[in-house]
Design a protein around this ligand. Structure first.
Ligand code: DC
Length: 225
């Protein structure tokens, strides 16, 4: 039987984690899971239902009513996230969600809930998961861990292009301040802050192409297999 492994990709916001994760999953026939989409979906629920997330009882109650799952969309060739059976993929990357998601993701109960589901998804291996704590907290024994980074100006430009396509009123300053704010909160929170696992391989993709990046990552996979 072919050996299947768990590949984790962590790193700063908008440094191309999901692009590499999707390409790797496609090349290897693995499942790709976007863990950030889960925190974004929980944020959508909290915003819609006016949950006061500084009140831990309210958060605990709300989490009981949140059911998340991913479904593969053949047309977009992507796994899309469902919140209580509603496809909310199209709205999770809006600025209103991006502005609050790091605060929501810093709540211990939210992380416990999301991490438990993520670990279940990795039971059968053959998975590429990207996020902030996948190599450190979700799958600390993963066979291959990657940590990604890129210059802030490049990250801002990438995210700006992506958001501008949906919202031409957005400014580059708004995108930059959102990325900087999220990076700060994500790396300074108490529970599993963003950090490179000691055994993760660093990829700085500021000056390399997507093809070079995939090639490098596939060589890492080949070494493990
Ligand atoms: O990967 P992303 O930008 O879609 O993630 C959105 C937010 O969710 C990010 O700012 C921090 C949080 N997140 C997290 O705390 N842990 C993860 N494993 C993934 C995302």
């Amino acid at each position: 039987m072919v050996k299947k492994i768990i590949i984790t990709i962590d790193g700063w916001s908008s440094c191309g984690k999901s692009t590499l994760a999707k390409q790797l999953a496609k090349s290897l026939g693995y499942v790709y899971i976007d863990s950030g989409a889960m925190y974004r979906a929980i944020t959508v629920y909290f915003l819609r239902n006016h949950i006061d997330w500084t009140d831990f009882r309210e958060v605990d109650e709300a989490l009981k009513n949140i059911h998340l799952h991913f479904e593969y969309n053949v047309q977009s060739e992507q796994s899309e996230i469902y919140l209580n059976d509603e496809n909310i993929e199209y709205m999770i990357r809006d600025l209103v969600v991006a502005e609050k998601v790091s605060d929501v993701a810093a709540i211990a109960a939210v992380r416990t809930c999301a991490v438990a589901q993520q670990q279940k998804m990795g039971k059968r291996k053959g998975i590429v998961m990207d996020g902030r704590d996948i190599g450190t907290a979700v799958f600390p024994h993963a066979e291959l861990k990657i940590f990604m980074t890129a210059d802030i100006s490049i990250r801002v430009e990438r995210r700006y292009k992506e958001m501008y396509a949906k919202n031409p009123n957005i400014t580059i300053e708004e995108v930059k301040s959102n990325l900087e704010m999220r990076d700060y909160i994500d790396s300074h929170r108490e529970v599993s802050p963003l950090r490179k696992a000691d055994d993760a391989v660093l990829i700085d993709n500021s000056n390399i192409s997507m093809e070079e990046q995939l090639d490098f990552a596939l060589k890492l996979v080949a070494k493990v297999l």
